[in-house]
Design a protein around this ligand. Sequence first.
Ligand code: G3P
Ligand code: MG
Length: 238
Amino acid sequence: MNVFAHRGASGNFPENTLSSFREAARLPIYGVEFDVHMTADGELVVIHDESIDRTSNGHGYVKDMTLDELKLYDYGSWFAPEFAGETIPTLDEVLDIFAQTEHKLNIELKSDIFPYEGMVEKVLAIISDRQIESRVILSSFDHGAIQMAKQLAPQIETGALFMEVLVNPLDYLQNLPADALHLFFPTAVRPSLREVYEAGVPVRTFTVNDENYAQMLKHSGVESIFTDYPERMSVLFS
Ligand code: G3P
Ligand code: MG
């Protein structure tokens, strides 16, 4: 079973910051996952929430601020004082960290709350410029975004994100289409998922920080876990 660092090595470093990604990049793990939003001036930034309130000393929505405005705030102190001065990373800054590694890059498109018009095209352009198509998995709770990505760049792997218990998941995936299921981990052991495992469709689950649960998921046929503790989990599962 593969291990992805969820929002970087976010258990011990502030999530979605360069320090959390530098830590992930030095680990012998399969991949890294991070979340992308779009600024008021059309720049792509890596942060989980729609607003900067929880993970910075600022306030407001990413979509309402320019990159320069977003860069004024501190995205590390909320986690621990020694991370003071962390800025919001751009997608390019995160990809630079992994330019010399072989990690899979799961870019989660966070357009499920605000639509971020043009974001899919911008992300695809960056992937194309860097020629990293074979390393990227594009996922989203916004299934319209991954449907569009598949139409524009069929060679790039996609994953449909779900929080729900699914019925007839294979039909849904094939119709979208998407290449993989990215599931809230307790739903991955439901009997309705059996057809997905039997079809060999990759199932990846978030966010798995418990070794015993991870073992159960591995036994069920889960291909990968997203974890906040990639170093600990990689010792057991990579
Ligand atoms: O991509 C897996 C996982 O990150 C999805 O949930 O809310 O942590 O982005 P969230
Ligand atoms: Mg995510």
